[in-house]
Design a protein around this ligand. Structure first.
Ligand code: OSB
Ligand code: MG
Length: 377
């Protein structure tokens, strides 16, 4: 696809700041692989031409969602990726992404630099990130992701979020916390858009159990099987009616191609932070559009920096299902950005202004920062 954005003189990266940040979560968040009580993440600022671009890494402290870790990513950013890019000039973020292409894996670490450069580059053009990505619109549809908890509590939380206007409720499931939960949720909310997310906790041996989920009119079942197993998802899809949505399996457009060509996914969750950045996320988006497969924007409990990136990306045309970019206040009592990213009637406004459209709250950020390292070209 031709770049929809204007070009400009190359932008030289002349400085960077890499922080390790910790934010407490309002309530613990439990998924099939474990419980999070705080969000710890790398926050990267790139500098050029007197401007700054920001992004955060979405890897977890432990390799329990995908294989990357905060410690590994901090080290790679510090010793390899930032030294490689400082002092270098790029006329377009795609060129920076190409420079990182030879490295194996580490899609979350590279996304951190690539996304910070998109913010910087959009600011240098004085355009919102959504515009340089090829998106449009002032707000996006959103749903919520509800962690694992007692069924009665979950029913109360579904009711509260539907009352707030959220357009889809995603329930985290795991073996033993699935069919009974869905029976209760469907009984109480017959018309709600419901989905489940298994975060890889089933195998093909559970195909019979997963097929029983067809009775509940789910919009889709997210990532039931192994994090790198596109093949078994194709086998499972041939045995169930509910569309399969892949999350963990899709880190690149090549993964998406294999999934789409084998009917392993009829919906795709795009997370820019796990896909190497906006350039690759947009390729996944475009490929899904060619296959008439809808996409939606996932989340990783991001702070306002990552959340703003997600919202801008969600304005591309094939993001036709509600995303997970819900109100920041559901996760944090205080965010590290000045702007409040809050939904209204199930719609999240796109932050206005150049780039991602949010600014760091430096005072609060200082109190949440565990370590800082500055780099100069
Ligand atoms: O699988 O989508 C997921 C959170 C952490 C790790 C994995 C996932 C999630 C979510 C939460 O579902 C999405 C959000 O609200 O940011
Ligand atoms: Mg998921």
């Amino acid at each position: 696809m031709p770049d929809p954005a204007p070009t400009r003189a190359p932008l030289r990266i002349d400085g960077a700041t890499l922080r390790l940040v910790r934010l407490p979560l309002v309530t613990p968040f439990t998924i099939a692989t474990g419980t999070m009580t705080e969000k710890v993440f790398p926050l990267l600022t790139l500098r050029a031409d007197g401007l700054e671009g920001h992004a955060e890494g979405v890897m977890d402290p432990l390799p329990d969602y995908l294989e990357e870790t905060v410690a590994g990513a901090m080290d790679l950013l510090d010793k390899v990726l930032l030294p490689q890019l400082l002092g270098e000039s790029f006329a377009h973020p795609e060129s920076l992404a190409r420079r990182l292409a030879p490295w194996r894996g580490n899609y979350m670490a590279r996304a951190t630099v690539e996304m910070a450069f998109w913010d910087l580059w959009a600011k240098s053009l004085n355009l919102p990130l959504q515009t340089v990505l090829g998106g449009e619109g002032a707000a996006v549809d959103v749903g919520v992701s509800l962690g694992i908890g007692p069924v009665a509590d979950t029913l109360d939380r579904i009711a509260a979020h539907l009352a707030q206007g959220y357009r889809r409720i995603k329930l985290k499931v795991r073996p033993g916390h699935d069919i009974a939960l869905l029976q209760a949720a469907r009984r109480e909310f017959p018309d709600a858009h419901l989905t489940v997310d298994a975060n890889c906790c089933y195998t093909l041996a559970d195909a019979g159990l997963i097929a029983r989920m067809d009775d509940f009119g789910l919009d889709y079942i997210e990532q039931p099987l192994g994090w790198d197993d596109i093949h078994d998802h194709a086998v499972l899809q041939s045995r169930i009616r509910t569309p399969i949505c892949l999350d963990e399996c899709i880190r690149t457009a090549e993964h998406a191609r294999k999934a789409l060509q084998t009917d392993a996914a009829r919906v795709v969750n795009i997370k820019v932070g796990r896909s190497g950045g906006h350039a690759e996320a947009r390729r996944i988006h475009d490929l899904c559009a060619a296959f008439q497969v809808p996409v939606w924007c996932g989340g990783m409990l991001e702070s306002g920096i990552g959340r703003a990136h997600n919202i801008h990306l969600s304005t591309l045309p094939n993001f036709t299902k509600p995303g997970d970019t819900s109100s920041a206040s559901r996760y944090f009592t205080r965010d590290i950005v000045e702007e409040r990213l809050e939904t209204s009637d199930g719609r999240m406004p796109v932050p206005k202004g150049p780039g991602i459209g949010v600014t760091l709250d430096l005072d609060y950020l200082a109190s949440a920062t565990l370590a800082t390292r500055d780099f100069r070209a």
